[in-house]
Design a protein around this ligand. Structure first.
Ligand code: NAD
Length: 464
């Protein structure tokens, strides 16, 4: 048996043999997690940057460490209220009695994280699982080895092995990990791997939360400033070089505004990421495989007649891919069929809003939807007709950062959600308790069944 399988056994045993973590134990664990992050900001940025071949420290601080610290503090602030037993109303028919819900720890939670935000997507679910009183095993991605080693070291220095444990290894280890009989397994990654995770979990009847990907559209309506929408979309798209699960995947722009939109995005890019050769704010592409995939997708679209607009000063680079726009790409090509996950923005012109709705609905339900409009009517129409995991109106990405909103996908972009109270509940068992009062009316009815039963049926259900 591998070490992590033994650790799982001891966590499982501990979760079945003692009382669950108290409020103060949970606060203590969250406090240790918070300190671990705040004390190691520079080391974490350095490790992640090494894995990416270059990742801007600012992006790691702004997009990973800051939301995590906010999430941990939010959980600490609200935990007492979340843990409180919830009284439920008892219907007259069941009086006298009391009913309530206890939110109890599930036991042992498994977390499988991807490489694109390796810290945030390991620690955000860990925060919620610890708040809910669980023991947790985390399997970070094999594609971020420096970060994963550092995380394993920091966690082992700050947590007992039967509290939190980091499992290192390649995909075969991840497969064995997914086969452990966890009480809940949260996976963040691609839709394709999500399917095999669910298959593995089903053998143990392990419930899963799947945080997957997809093609998240950004829709610009004609009433909204094209420049403002372009700025916002390029912010959401080019941060982390587009390797963001909720990045706007493609933009739907009114046909007459396409040229203005393209110019505005390229102006923003030139301002945001000047001096391409030495730019330290722009992140590289994680691997050669992804670089080849992205270049091929752009070339395929160009060969099919799409207009490619790119940074004038770009020189071919092994790891950096500068922002590119592809205007009116073929709908059946790679760019419009697969999640892009890189700094390439297809711009799809449209003539009517109904066409936009039909287009979005012709694709699998996305993780995020971005909509730019000041019209309440258009907002209701588009949100009401196009389903997605979450929505940001007149901006991008920010619904993720709201601790008071559940974060998750729908259909092929995922199932289940976490963050804040929704995460606490995701990793808790909502246990129903009904305490019968001095008289149990139902047992007084019989058997033998008689007049009292017949009267009760008539009064409660009009049943003769
Ligand atoms: P991936 O699916 O290739 O890998 C994710 C994790 O799963 C890694 O840790 C990997 O080791 C592990 N893994 C791979 N094959 C496995 C298997 N057969 N069994 C068990 N585990 C396995 O994804 P990735 O390339 O690391 O990340 C990119 C994808 O993740 C994109 O599709 C992106 O949209 C998605 N994503 C989603 C979210 C979200 O919150 N919804 C966030 C970030 C990324």
């Amino acid at each position: 048996m591998a070490e992590f399988q033994q650790v799982f056994q001891s966590m499982h045993l501990a979760s079945r043999s003692g009382p669950e973590a108290t409020y103060s134990e949970r606060i203590d664990r969250l406090g240790r997690l918070e300190k671990l992050l705040s004390d190691n900001v520079e080391a974490l940025c350095k490790a992640i940057s090494a894995d990416f071949n270059w990742r801007s420290d600012t992006e790691t601080k702004l997009l990973e460490i800051l939301p995590l610290l906010r999430g941990i503090r939010h959980a600490k602030r609200h935990l007492a209220r979340w843990m409180k037993e919830e009284r439920r109303k008892v219907d007259l028919a069941f009086q006298p009695s009391r009913a309530w819900v206890r939110y109890e720890a599930l036991g042992v939670v498994g977390i499988i994280a991807p490489w694109n935000y390796p810290l945030a997507l390991a620690i955000a679910p860990l925060t919620d699982a610890l708040a809910a009183g669980n023991r947790v095993m985390v399997k970070p991605s094999e594609q971020t080895p420096s970060f994963s080693d550092l995380l394993a070291k920091l966690i082992s220095e700050n947590f007992a092995a039967d509290e939190v444990f980091v499992v290192l290894g390649d995909v075969s280890v991840a497969q064995d990990f997914a086969r452990l009989p966890f009480d809940h397994l949260l996976f963040t990654g691609s839709t394709e791997v999500g399917r095999s995770i669910m298959r593995a979990a089903s053998d143990n009847l392990t419930p899963v939360t799947l945080e997957l990907g997809g093609k998240s559209p950004a829709i610009v309506y004609e009433d909204f400033s094209i420049d403002a929408a372009a700025r916002s979309i390029s912010f959401g798209k080019f941060i982390n070089a587009g390797q963001t699960c909720i990045a706007p995947d493609y933009a739907l722009v009114p046909r007459q505004g396409v040229d203005q939109f393209v110019d505005a995005v390229m102006n923003h890019v030139a301002q945001a990421y000047p001096n391409p050769a030495s730019n330290r704010d722009y992140t590289s592409i994680i691997s050669e495989r992804h670089m080849v995939r992205l270049r091929n997708a752009v070339q395929e679209a160009e060969a099919a007649g799409a207009r490619v607009v790119q940074y004038a000063g770009e020189t071919p680079d092994r790891v950096m891919l500068y922002p590119k726009l592809v205007v009116d790409p073929p709908r059946d090509g790679l760019l419009m069929q697969e999640e892009i996950f890189g700094p390439v923005l297809p711009v799809v012109p449209y003539d009517t809003v109904d066409e936009v709705i039909a287009f979005v609905n012709s694709k699998p339900r996305p993780l995020a939807l971005y909509l730019f409009t000041d019209s309440e009517e258009m907002q209701s129409k588009i949100i009401g007709n196009c389903k997605s995991g979450g929505v940001t109106v007149n901006g991008t990405l920010l619904h993720y950062a709201m601790e008071n909103l559940p974060f998750g996908g729908i259909g092929p972009s995922g199932m289940g959600a976490y963050h804040g109270r929704d995460g606490f509940r995701r990793f808790s068992h909502a246990r129903a308790v009904h305490k019968i009062g001095k008289i149990n009316m139902f047992e007084k009815l019989g058997p033998p069944w008689g007049l009292l039963l017949r009267l009760t049926l008539r009064i409660l259900g009009n049943i003769r």
